[in-house]
Ligand binder design. Sequence first.
Ligand code: NAP
Length: 313
Amino acid sequence: MEKQARIYVAGHRGMVGSAIIRKLQAEGYTTIITRTSSELDLRDQAAVASFFEQERPEYVFLAAAKVGGIMANNTYRAEFLYDNLMIESNIIHQAYKTSVKKLLFLGSSCIYPKLAPQPLKEEYLLSGFLESTNEPYAIAKITGIKLCESYRSQYGCDFISAMPTNLYGPNDNYDLQGSHVLPALIRKFHEAKINNQPTVEVWGTGSPMREFLHADDLADACFFLMEHYNDELFVNIGTGEDVTIREVAELIKEIVGFEGELRWNTEKPDGTPRKLMDVSRLHNMGWKHTTELKEGLERTYQDFLANEVLYVE
Ligand SMILES: NC(=O)c1ccc[n+]([C@@H]2O[C@H](COP(=O)([O-])OP(=O)(O)OC[C@H]3O[C@@H](n4cnc5c(N)ncnc54)[C@H](OP(=O)(O)O)[C@@H]3O)[C@@H](O)[C@H]2O)c1
């Protein structure tokens, strides 16, 4: 990508989109195009078509999506399917129509079958049943991968897909009704500390294993793929290392400085037992993460403290 290239980052206010913007700015890109969802509703086909006609982006990072944790995914099943299908179909089709040079679509590790062997290799896609709590979201994301593959094979478009593991970092969602596990834990421990609560309730049994990647590392990997990868098969992005939810909860408790007890609510769902990405393809291309979990969580808690007013309305 030339430094003056017109680059559209869809979803630039989100955790992933904002990390991509930070990376592009740090690399010296000057023509970054953005729209908030109130300026451009990406579910609106006509609006997306006229935006692409007008702005003519040359490169697209597709990081706009309806995103959330287990509860949001399971409660708003129709919205997670409809919104995501519309957003990705509209952007990918208009990118084809206006001859975008390259597009990167972001999916998620939930696309893999619930009981797929671990670590998850790219070739396990569509080899078994999905986790039921996020099946609509996963189906939308699998469709996004298939759109990129199909526009590449039928029209020769250089559209690639990347599947990140669980992410954390600045601009995460701290709303307890819709958030992922790490921001939920940071907020719960922080508020418990401030309010001198004796216990914090944590969902599930604590035994599921998860992998976590800092959003800035993800943005770095997306930039790397945009520069160096142009093949049909999507690419896993992660650290290749996982921890139990219990371990990560204890780590956040320590970082936040909460001195009470954890109470595990086993009535709440655990979700998939293990979700570790096989990142050997990405490693073999020459990319590896640089932020370890403890350091990343310490930075994230500092960011939470600095922006608490914005994050917790
Ligand atoms: N968070 C994770 O742990 C994680 C893990 C793996 C993969 N991913 C993937 O990364 C991508 C981005 O996730 P994220 O965590 O950055 O999500 P996020 O923080 O919720 O941000 C999503 C962005 O999408 C935009 N958006 C949503 N609906 C829209 C609509 N109808 N029209 C226009 N814009 C819309 C929002 O724009 P406004 O702010 O303007 O409303 C928001 O900035 C997703 O594809 C997700 O699957 C995330």
